[in-house]
Design a protein around this ligand. Structure first.
Ligand SMILES: O=C(O)CCC(=O)C(=O)O
Length: 277
């Protein structure tokens, strides 16, 4: 018996590679978290800006709490089992009228994992719809393994390498429309992307990227994991991370810097260029 989702939702996730929309927190809670985020951007611009949006849960309590929210953990357990850690997180923000987009890609392509059976919850902290540039998924595409990607490094592409899967049949795409406080969940191998923000409001999404069962290992870069539920990752080469002592705590800030360097080494492994994010 699943803990939070219905069996139908669990089956749908495995069959289509995503689940959406899921009511997660209230609209007012989402708004309050977004205000805290925008306050953090204002107070600590060096630590949270367009080129520094990875792993902010390691330095801010209000994001850490989302990663450890009991509803979140029950949902993740329903999809990948009871023993898992968090690999990282990414704030996907598109400013009003911004041309930034995310090309068709599969997350697992450059993550260097021994298995791609992992899940990313994407929490909407503002309305995410066609006008603001919501994510779109190609249902069932997680069953066809990793397709070749071209690294374009295109200016407006938010992805590290601007990587893109060619020849995607866009007529199959499903748009994930989310209200603030709702979330979607997607599999590490599903083909997905998002368009520019044509609206006058910010589109703010927080991706917990990704929760992984404790038998998945990093084969490129260092094995660094934040234990979340059940038995944690273990082994001689495993480095376990800590939750932040408090917002911007000195130790937390240095841990995040090490994790972000590892992220960059993994995601740009073998690439011809390295961007600052
Ligand atoms: O937020 C977006 O537009 C894209 C996010 C994404 O690709 C992801 O969470 O894997």
């Amino acid at each position: 018996m699943p803990k939070y989702l219905t069996q139908r939702q669990v089956d749908q996730y495995h069959d289509e590679g995503y689940l959406s929309p899921i009511d997660f927190i209230s609209e007012s809670e989402a708004e309050s978290i977004r205000h805290k985020l925008e306050e953090a951007e204002r107070l600590y611009p060096e630590h949270i800006n367009a080129e520094n949006r990875n792993n902010a849960h390691l330095i801010f309590g209000f994001l850490d709490k989302l990663a450890f929210h009991s509803t979140m953990l029950d949902i993740v357990e329903d999809l990948i089992g009871p023993n898992f850690s968090l690999w990282g997180s990414v704030l996907f923000i598109k400013d009003p009228g911004s041309p930034h987009y995310v090309s068709w890609h599969q997350d697992a392509t450059y993550m260097g994992m021994t298995s791609n059976n992992f899940v990313t919850p994407w929490i909407a902290l503002s309305p995410s719809n066609r006008e603001t540039g919501c994510m779109s998924m190609i249902p069932g595409s997680h069953k066809n393994q990793i397709r070749p990607h071209d690294d374009t490094f295109a200016d407006d592409n938010i992805l590290t390498r601007g990587q893109v899967v060619k020849d995607v049949d866009e007529s199959l795409a499903v748009d994930l429309i989310l209200k603030p406080g709702q979330m979607s969940l997607h599999h590490g191998e599903i083909i997905h992307g998002s368009q520019a923000n044509l609206s006058q409001q910010r589109r703010v999404g927080y991706a917990l990227q990704s929760y992984m069962a404790n038998d998945i290992r990093q084969h490129i870069g260092k094995n660094m994991w934040l234990p979340v539920r059940g038995e944690s990752h273990s082994g001689e080469d495993v480095e376990l991370l800590h939750r932040p002592e408090s917002d911007m705590h000195e130790k937390a800030v240095s841990r995040r810097a090490i994790v972000n360097k590892n992220f960059s080494d993994i995601l740009y492994h073998g690439a011809s260029l390295r961007r600052n994010y």
